[in-house]
Design a protein around this ligand. Structure first.
Ligand code: GLY
Ligand code: MN
Ligand code: MN
Length: 436
């Protein structure tokens, strides 16, 4: 049994059962599917890679871990790929028992009757919700006296979220690898981009590199935004030509063994920042470095956000984007016009990873950073192209710089330091032989 699952079981109430589903395949077009990706919690706990499985975990039982899986089926496997089957679930994934998934609904009485607590996340898997509600409905109708259904339902992601938030040394190593692959892909992009290239070519180049280096692919849809496309936060069309004199914002990360990296760099298409571009860039870079330094044990997530707002508001004043007293501007949220997102998020199996940002249910106390957390640091300034109140030279400039940082006992490790963010170094790299 995986150590994660063992630790999860230790945290479950006595006389409870947890039901944790795998992801399902999702239709992309008619009868073809998106490439399958396992549910992050399911992967974290079981490591089982196939769709349509369910883990049933019964703490206190001699054999607490049951997997319901797609059974072996020569015809299906010929058409759609190999399956572990019940044998593989036990032999290769450490399940104490395994059954065909088709049996799950019929087994629910056996699984749940007489348990006090059910750990299940409702409203994440509609089909399974209906199956479980079917069991409860039947119980109510039959009014069994001999065995009652669970009377308390708890969300297991409260436990898995906490666990996933604190990365083990082994996880940190995988995240470093995910970060390295993406960082190298960003360096490759810097070395390759030239005016006239299409955003899609940059995307192809980076994603090919990631897969070549062992990543399963990208951790999220890459954002490759030339010119004022960079001012659209989730620009993913990635299909426009790159123009001489424009900046290019690339937000792209790799997924390695399930773990995400998440990097943004912004650099000039022709290899040389204009004066105006450089002015905005240096403001964002200065804020980004300060926020990296702020990402240490004890500082809270909310404090870091406030810090980024304060620094960026100052920077916007310096650039002439905002005018007035910093305190008033912050109070009025004037910065939102140019900086409208958070300065970062947890990173792990999901790019916006599991775990609560507040330590209390009322969202009053922001969580202090602790050893083993991984966060992004990604301030930005985005000046809308039609913003008549901004100096003309800055209109249409969008700059974000994003690193991934592991909190350690004596500070932090920047997992994505391999890709430079210093403007001079970017220019030097872009001036190197590949471009001639
Ligand atoms: N790429 C998504 C994000 O930066 O949060
Ligand atoms: Mn990003
Ligand atoms: Mn991010």
């Amino acid at each position: 049994m995986r150590s994660q699952l063992k630790r999860f079981i230790e945290q479950l109430d006595d006389n409870s059962v947890a039901i944790i589903p795998a992801a399902h395949e999702k239709t992309r077009s008619y009868d073809t599917e998106y490439k399958f990706r396992q549910d992050s919690d399911f992967r974290y706990l079981t490591g089982f890679p196939e769709p349509d499985a369910i883990a049933v975990i019964t703490p206190g039982a001699k054999r607490p871990y049951t997997l319901y899986v797609r059974p072996r089926d020569p015809l299906m496997e010929t058409w759609f790929g190999r399956r572990q089957g019940v044998e593989g679930a036990v032999k290769n994934y450490g399940a104490d028992k395994a059954y065909p998934i088709e049996r799950f609904a019929a087994d629910l009485g056996k699984i749940m009757d007489g348990k006090d607590v059910l750990y299940y996340r409702f409203a994440a898997d509609n089909e399974l919700d209906r199956t479980l509600l079917g069991y409860f409905t039947e119980q109510r109708v039959r009014r069994l006296k001999s065995a009652y259904p669970p009377h308390t339902i708890k969300d297991p992601t409260i436990i898995t979220g906490e666990m996933r938030l604190h990365k083990s040394a082994a996880e940190a190593k995988l995240m470093q690898k995910a970060a390295d692959i993406a960082a190298e892909a960003h360096v490759l992009a810097m070395r390759s981009v030239k005016p006239g290239m299409n955003e899609s070519q940059v995307e192809a180049l980076m994603e090919a590199y990631m897969k070549d280096q062992g990543a399963s692919g990208v951790a999220y849809n890459s954002i490759i935004g030339g010119g004022d496309n960079a001012t659209i936060l989730h620009y993913v069309e990635n299909n426009m030509p790159l123009k001489d004199g424009d900046l290019l914002l690339i937000d792209a990360g790799a997924e390695y063994e399930g773990y995400a990296s998440d990097i943004t760099r912004t650099f000039p298409v022709n290899g040389k920042f204009t004066k105006a571009q450089r002015e905005v860039y240096d403001v964002v870079l200065d804020v980004q470095k300060k926020c990296v330094d702020f990402t240490v044990v004890g500082n809270t997530h909310l404090k870091r956000q406030e810090y980024s707002i304060e620094l960026l508001t100052e920077g916007m004043k310096q650039l002439g984007l905002l005018k007035g007293k910093t305190r008033d501007l912050i109070k009025k949220k004037a910065y939102l016009k140019y900086y409208m997102h958070g300065v970062g998020h947890w990173l792990g199996l999901d790019v916006h990873d599991a775990g609560r940002y507040y330590v209390d249910q009322q969202a009053k106390q922001s969580r202090p950073y602790a050893v083993g957390m991984v966060l992004t640091v990604e301030p930005g300034i985005y000046v809308p192209p039609d913003d008549r109140s901004a100096p003309a030279k800055y209109r249409g400039i969008g700059i974000r710089i994003e690193d991934d940082v592991l909190v350690t006992k004596d500070g932090n490790v920047n997992l994505t330091a391999k890709v430079t963010k210093e403007a001079d170094e970017i220019e030097a790299l872009m001036a190197s032989d590949k471009r001639k």
